[in-house]
Design a protein around this ligand. Sequence first.
Ligand code: GAP
Length: 461
Amino acid sequence: MKDKRLSDLQTLVSLCKRRGFIFQSSEVYGGLNSCWDYGPLGSQFKLQVKLSWWQRMTKRHDIVGLDAAILMHPTVWKASGHVDGFSDPLSDCKNCKARFRLDTAPEKDGKTVCPSCGSGDITAPRNFNLMFKTHMGPVEDSGAVVYLRPETAQGIFVNFENVATSMRKKIPFGIAQIGKSFRNEITPGNFTFRTREFEQMEMQYFVKPGSDMEWFEKWKSERMAHYADLGFDPKYLRFKEHGPTELAHYARAAFDVQYEFPFGWQELEGVHNRGDFDLTQHSKFSGKKLEYFDEAAKEKFVPYVIETAVGCDRLALALLCHAYAEETLEGAAATESEKGEKAGEKTEKAEATRIVLRFKPELAPTQVAVLPLSKKPDLQNLGMKLRDDLSASYRADYDESASIGKRYRRQDEIGTPFCVTVDFDTLVDQKVTVRHRDKMTQDRVELSQIKNYLTEKLLSF
Ligand code: GAP
């Protein structure tokens, strides 16, 4: 078998729509730019991505969870620097009227030019704040202004003391949170890579000043280890350090984890050493001291923060890109005749290519599909009962439409690791055929042993 990586994002966009992963938002009204809805398979897949991150973080005894509100006191965003500094410089082209970010526009003969028409006749930049503003309550005056949070992190900082006290947490410890964030991005795009509404998975790890760079390195390694466990090939991941001019106002050190998407190397996650910036700012603006008292050393200090911040949608997109494979089947695989068919009936065509999503089983929206060979009531009943039994332990589905070959291909395309075929022999010998997604090999398994078989195979996948 030869594999082709995904080279064109549009191919994935089509697959996601065709198979119920991701749809354009408000499509019946012509769609809303850069907003996406996760369909039945996409929402399950995204949930698995979140669970993987959440469990990895919170199974540690030094990390606890949080679910803060999206709307926060407006002073939070003054303190964090977002009201004054969370903006992009926007210019207008006087020639073609395009509006663009000045810092990403090309240069010609030492002069910045319009990225659309190349004209040098552009306006001086104006700062455009990326936060979405709205009003709380019925009166739309300036006193009622609130923002949709542009990052989940601030909910963690303002709850630092609540969490430390209620959970009796000793430093070092972390707070993990998953939730929606909103940014009025000027150039959203590349499917779900950059959108205006997205979910973040952020963890703030509070440490003693002086130990921060050691923890920074530990968290860099831990995040890469998680990506390897999710099935990424390390050759498509790398760290990119932020140089002194690229560092955010709060950061003492920052590395991006980058993934090689079909549209190039791009940031997947940020690992930041935020020092004591956030707790100090919230102490200053709230008038409440946010300090930690180290009982052993009998000293007070403002903890430093190591942050790991990844977009859930962006990670889901990277996983979809990475799992996608267009396989050229050769030899036996190309003429795969699935066992479980009636003798002499070749329902799987001798196709030379197939599309497969090679998800790790814990991420796959469906882990096992039960496929009766025919719609005869005996096989339907047996198949549905098996699906119900398996659903207690796995994400199981049942499909009786179309030929067995087409059903295998459909399950390949949504990344189902195992298909279980119920055939006429099953009624006699109480055995089923299990077909493996990646190698396309098959095993005949006793019905009474199917759960043990799947558990063992899923664990050793
Ligand atoms: N609290 C720090 C913070 O928010 P960030 O680098 O601005 O840092 C962290 O965002 C991660 O959130 C990014 O690495 C990316 O995965 C995701 N992210 C940021 N903006 C996004 C957007 N417009 N659409 C999708 N994901 C986004």
